[in-house]
Design a protein around this ligand. Structure first.
Ligand code: PLP
Length: 386
């Protein structure tokens, strides 16, 4: 069923996907057995022993190290947050920006990225939006950069049409022009390989309830630790270089940790962090490159079947520019969502159609079932194949 790994074995780890045609990983992941086992272990420990907290915190550090390896960086460059929004807000508020400076973003990019930066307008920072086109790379931003431009913030993969932007070229340009570069990888991570060093990012933010397979409420932040001028906007004991032994706060010892921990606040979402340790093991075992290639193959199959039906794909078609796993098809969501629901197909409504999003467990049979459900209803409506 896959040229890249044993997808039938992987599928058995996700019981929900046997009960429906699950094509909605871009919304949230179904849970896998190893993730459930990690959360159950945490609950059992809490129930039976009131929690060995030192063991729980050790697992946090092990997971931090796994996240770092996964992103090609070191553990002291990784912080845990609540979600992508928090990571983007941490980044936006850590950049040393002044009134009159400007930040470039892409019009229509995810609001949880955009608002973090738009909120800096109250400090006099300007946010400039460049147009969203199928291809966004360094050349797309270049005409908008002036002597007051300090940063670019963008998504790697878009949630609403599955663009996969050329963040490497943007990162290289940011390095050349000494701009900060902030990347939201929420829709990419776990399916598209993400190497923070190769991207040349100052910050990378993500949540973990899509490609990273964990329930909502856990986010990640990569910070390039050479950028020491990045100060946290909020502070807690855990953010400090030296936490006082007697836990009495001292105004004269407030230097932030030299590690990304400077951006962490208080206790962790322990069950979710433990679950992430388990899901990263799963992903690493299969190989993110293999997951990407498998999803690309399924995407090729989907595009070919849509072409047969005469249904248009909204986002880019070519592998070079598209995400492997996110496809928006030009069927009006208001007309079609109910039909998919009635037929046991889980997809999402999007700006310009129905979003079909893939996970490591999907097969060509899932795509064929989706196509059958479309075909059975028929495309008599003029808007369907527009
Ligand atoms: C690109 C992108 N960023 C962020 C988010 C979500 O933000 P958060 O993790 O804060 O809920 C999503 C989707 O939910 C997304 O597609």
């Amino acid at each position: 069923m896959s040229r890249h790994y044993d997808v039938d074995a992987v599928r058995k780890e996700f019981p929900a996907v046997e009960r429906m045609v699950y094509l909605d990983s871009g919304f949230q992941t179904p849970l896998a057995r190893p993730v459930k086992a990690a959360i159950e272990l945490f609950l059992r420990e809490g129930f039976e022993t009131a929690g060995p907290k030192s063991v729980w915190l050790d697992r946090v550090e092990q997971t931090r190290a796994k996240v770092a390896r996964f992103l090609g960086v070191t553990a002291d460059e990784i912080a845990f947050t609540k979600n992508t929004s928090e990571s983007m807000n941490v980044a936006a508020n850590a950049l040393p920006l002044r009134a009159g400076d400007n930040v470039l973003m892409i019009h229509g990019d995810h609001p949880n990225n955009a608002y973090a930066f738009l909120h800096l307008q109250r400090k006099g920072v300007e946010v400039r939006f460049i147009p969203m086109t199928d291809v966004v790379d360094a050349d797309s931003f270049a005409p908008f950069i002036d002597e007051k431009t300090r940063a670019i913030s963008m998504s790697h993969v878009t949630f609403h049409a599955g663009h996969r932007f050329d963040i490497e070229s943007v990162g290289a340009m940011c390095t050349r022009k000494k701009l900060y570069f902030v990347v939201d990888v929420m829709q990419a991570i776990g399916v598209v390989p993400v190497n923070a060093t190769a991207i040349g990012a100052s910050f990378i933010g993500s949540g973990s309830h899509k490609g990273l397979l964990v329930p909502q409420g856990l986010g990640l932040l990569y910070w390039d630790k050479t950028l020491k001028e990045m100060e946290p906007a909020y502070l807690a004991a855990a953010s400090l270089a030296e936490i006082p032994d007697d836990l009495i706060a001292r105004a004269d010892r407030m230097a932030p940790s030299p590690a990304a921990r400077r951006f962490e606040l208080g206790n962790f979402n322990l069950p979710a962090v433990h679950a992430l340790g388990a899901s990263l093991d799963m992903i690493e075992q299969i190989g993110v490159q293999n997951i990407q290639n498998h999803c690309f193959d399924l995407g090729d199959h989907l595009i070919a079947r849509l072409d047969e039906l005469g249904v248009r794909l909204v986002g880019p078609r070519e592998r070079k520019h598209r995400a492997p796993h996110i496809y928006v098809i030009a069927l009006p969501a208001s007309d079609w969502l109910g039909h998919f629901e009635e037929n046991g197909v889980r997809v999402s409504p999007e700006r310009d159609g129905i979003r079909v999003s893939l996970g490591m467990f999907n097969t060509a049979t899932d795509i064929d079932r989706l196509i059958d459900v479309i075909r059975r209803r028929g495309l008599g409506r003029p808007s369907a194949a527009a």
